[in-house]
Design a protein around this ligand. Structure first.
Ligand SMILES: Nc1ncnc2c1ncn2[C@@H]1O[C@H](COP(=O)(O)OP(=O)(O)OP(=O)(O)O)[C@@H](O)[C@H]1O
Length: 356
């Protein structure tokens, strides 16, 4: 439904978007995630037909955004970073106005406006002037204007930016309720937004797409970003070489014992794994088989935030996770601190504005 094919955009000497390729299937919500200046808005504007690409092509519902920009505009609803609202119009008056602009047939306008108002929970604000609305309600009006002609594709540029936490939840729920009936792409720099709202995520950094996958797969698959944390009692030197023999074991790290709650003679290890097969059973059997006591074993994996940091920071590239050749005591290049699996949304204690 949305196809970006080797898109590039330069502004003078600035290469804002470079060779971006991805597609979004009908009914999906794709999160376009990246830090400030990554090229999100530029890509959204190209897809919406508001900005020509320097190279590459994009198609919406089969229409080329450059060659068929009018057809593309009929097929998309676009919410730019700052929604173009008329503050002295009422909510309903504005939506009627937009419906007319978008070419909704006169006989259909009343029902389309009513549907957009209902979908965005704007009934109680129908007759209120837009300038009197809170930021959260204005954002809903922005989404309602994107929906009013019932387009198959919706493009939302940072839809929750500047909203308070309650408003963010409302807008995310609204967006989720639109999936299925519509194909949605939303740009964001907020990690929890994609894990909560999107079925797939494309991570963009410095103009390039560095990964596209479901949030779960990204968290699970990147650089062997999953493994086990185990507590053993006994001789670590006896068990470590045996664990290293398992092909699914990528690295082993002895964790610091400063936690204080470890019994005498107990050690904690982090065993990071690789490949499709889950070696949990083999790890447990190896430990027990080596004559070492196994006291605790729990699955861990990288949070989406850690995946994002790995993909978008050069430091991560310069400082790769310890590989199998390294010894457990040589853990100077350990991977980022994983989180327990039952905290998969444990990305939220970041510096995201949402939390402030
Ligand atoms: N009109 C313009 N003229 C020159 N450079 C631009 C223009 N618009 C964007 N850029 C540059 O292109 C790059 C990508 O900008 P873009 O706005 O697409 O990123 P973004 O990911 O949306 O960032 P943000 O989250 O901060 O809005 C940045 O380096 C930006 O400075």
């Amino acid at each position: 439904m949305i196809e970006a094919d080797h898109l590039s955009k330069t502004y003078g000497s600035t290469l804002a978007v470079e060779d971006v390729t991805f597609s979004v299937e009908a009914g999906e919500i794709l999160g376009f995630l990246g830090p400030n200046g990554a090229g999100k808005t530029t890509t959204m504007r190209i897809l919406a037909g508001y900005l020509p690409a320097s190279r590459g092509t994009a198609r919406i519902a089969g229409f080329d955004v450059h060659e068929n920009s009018m057809a593309v505009r009929q097929n998309i609803g676009y919410l730019p970073e700052s929604p173009p609202l008329y503050p002295d119009m009422t909510v309903e008056g504005f939506l009627w106005f937009v419906a007319r602009l978008k070419g909704v047939a006169a006989g259909d306008r009343a029902s389309r406006v009513a549907a957009a108002i209902e979908r965005c929970n704007l009934e109680e604000k129908r007759d209120v002037l837009i300038r009197k609305l809170s930021k959260g309600f204005r954002q809903r009006v922005g989404i309602a204007q994107a929906l009013v002609h019932d387009p198959p594709v919706i493009i939302l540029d940072e839809p929750t930016v500047g909203l308070d936490p309650r408003q963010i939840i409302d807008v995310r729920n609204l967006i989720k309720s639109l999936a299925g009936d519509h194909t949605i792409i939303l740009s964001t720099h907020i990690l929890p937004e994609v894990s909560m709202t999107c079925s797939r995520v494309a991570i963009i950094n410095k103009g390039r797409v560095v990964a596209t996958d479901s949030p779960d797969h990204l968290m699970a698959g990147l650089r062997g970003g999953q493994g086990y944390e185990v507590e053993i009692a006994g001789d670590m030197a006896a068990v470590e070489p045996m664990l290293q023999q398992l092909p699914e074991v990528r690295s082993i790290e002895a964790l610091s014992e400063s936690g204080g709650d470890l019994a005498e003679g107990h050690r904690r290890l982090r065993v990071m794994t690789q490949g499709d097969r889950d070696p949990g059973q083999a790890i447990a059997a190896t430990i027990v088989g080596s004559g070492v006591g196994l006291y605790e074993m729990r699955r861990i994996r990288l949070s989406l935030e850690e995946v994002f940091l790995e993909l978008t920071t050069q430091e991560a590239d310069a400082d790769p996770p310890m590989d199998k050749a390294a010894t457990a005591s040589d853990a100077t290049a350990a991977p980022p601190e994983p989180v327990a699996e039952n905290d998969t949304n444990g990305t939220h204690h970041s510096s995201d504005q949402e939390e402030s």
